[in-house]
Design a protein around this ligand. Structure first.
Ligand code: SAM
Length: 375
């Protein structure tokens, strides 16, 4: 007999600009999703929470929308929250990390909201809560108060999902892995096309591309908050992990090219690729991309060029981007792709015929992806 599993309201938190990719990824998992402010809403069973954490490349974390209550006073918040079924997600000893944000509500004191919820959870579950670390990692509970209504969410991910487990070393301004995955989707890279990151830093774009091509689940090398939930189904999780490992392919003709001015950083990219299990697919070269041969193509060029920092011996960013554009126009005919750049003036300095794509968040800035096609 097939027993219907309870459905949860779920929310994949994404960085700005990554929503479209995340909707497409959820769709591929058979989970219809809707982009909302700050992420993507979808519904699913417990196993879908596991699958979303294991497979989503562009999401930052997966939340369970646990409860919505109206409360205009702290006693009311306590009375209503003590009745919630916390035992589904928390053990009596689980250390808590409660984060609250408030807008247009009578309860605006985030610290007191956290204290009230901690007291309600302790009353509901009993037991003495230990500080984080003593009984495993803290379970994050997020509270969003708006117009006197509190949306309470349980984090199923733990560490942010961009922490795949392979990038133990990095350069000055690395891309988040989640952003790199979304960018690959936005430029329309497909595994049969050569990919070239001429300023590859610690190699994030190339490694994410390799994982995509190998159908390697991004969450295989890490652990998740849901593994500590009282109703965690270890057997089901093992099956999902085994299925993910069995789904991996080993493409015979994958062409992922990277170059980097800083040889030490290029070595970091190589070690990150080793840890990610994809070093065999990357062709990495040290040097100034302007003096290196263009990889056999055409294909997709994708990068986040240096910005606001010293570029080699040149202090003139406009001149650097003018040269970047000239290089592409003369040496990369037939290639298309994109680059992230927060400064529209510098983008214009390339002299390329650019189309502004989605705007992402990177390094605390809003950064458009500029798309081009060199004919
Ligand atoms: C913003 S970082 C790229 C970060 C990379 N996407 C990552 O995730 O680690 C820009 C990189 O471009 C490199 N770079 C600057 N000028 C270059 C040039 N002319 N040729 C090759 N690399 C260059 C810098 O050394 C720096 O590592």
């Amino acid at each position: 007999m097939c027993v219907a599993q309870p459905l949860f309201d779920l929310f994949a938190v994404t960085a700005p600009g990554c929503e479209t990719s995340c909707v497409a990824e959820l769709d591929a998992l058979g989970l219809p999703a809707v982009a909302e402010h700050g992420g993507v809403a979808f519904r699913g069973e417990l196993a879908d929470i596991y699958r979303a954490n294991l497979w989503l490349r562009s999401a930052s974390r997966i939340l369970v929308r646990f409860a919505e209550i109206r409360a205009c006073s702290f006693p009311e918040l306590f009375q209503k929250s003590v009745r919630l079924p916390w035992g589904r997600f928390l053990r009596s000893q689980t250390p808590l990390e409660i984060r609250a944000v408030c807008r247009r509500s009578r309860l605006m004191h985030t610290g007191r909201i956290a204290e009230t919820l901690t007291a309600a959870i302790s009353r509901a579950l009993g037991g003495n809560r230990e500080p984080a670390g003593a009984q495993g990692p803290a379970q994050r509970v997020l509270v969003r108060f708006e117009d006197d209504r509190a949306l309470i969410s349980i984090d199923s991910s733990g560490e942010l999902l961009h922490r795949r487990g392979y990038r133990l070393e990095q350069g000055a301004a690395p891309l988040r892995e989640t952003l790199a995955a979304a960018l690959l989707g936005e430029v329309g890279w497909q595994p049969h096309l050569p990919l070239w990151d001429p300023m590859c830093g610690s190699g994030t774009l190339l490694i994410e591309a390799a994982h995509l091509a190998c159908r390697r689940a991004p969450g295989l090398q890490r652990t998740f908050a849901f593994e500590h939930w009282p109703r965690f189904r270890a057997g089901r999780w093992q099956v999902l992990r085994q299925q993910a490992m069995a789904a991996m392919t080993h493409p015979s003709a994958l062409l992922l090219h990277g170059s980097e001015l800083d040889p030490d950083l290029l070595a970091v990219a190589g070690r990150n690729a080793e840890r990610a299990g994809v070093a065999e697919y990357l062709a990495l070269r040290a040097g100034d991309f302007r003096h290196l041969s263009v990889p056999t193509g055409p294909g997709i060029l994708l990068c986040n060029p240096p910005y606001g920092q010293r570029i080699g011996e040149s202090h003139n960013l406009a001149a650097f981007f003018a040269e970047f554009g000239r290089f592409l126009r003369t040496r990369a005919v037939g290639w298309r792709g994109g680059f992230l750049l927060p400064d529209s003036g510098l983008a214009r300095a390339t002299g390329l015929n650019l189309r502004a794509g989605p705007v992402f968040a990177h390094g605390g800035l809003s950064v458009p992806l500029y798309l081009f096609s060199i004919s």
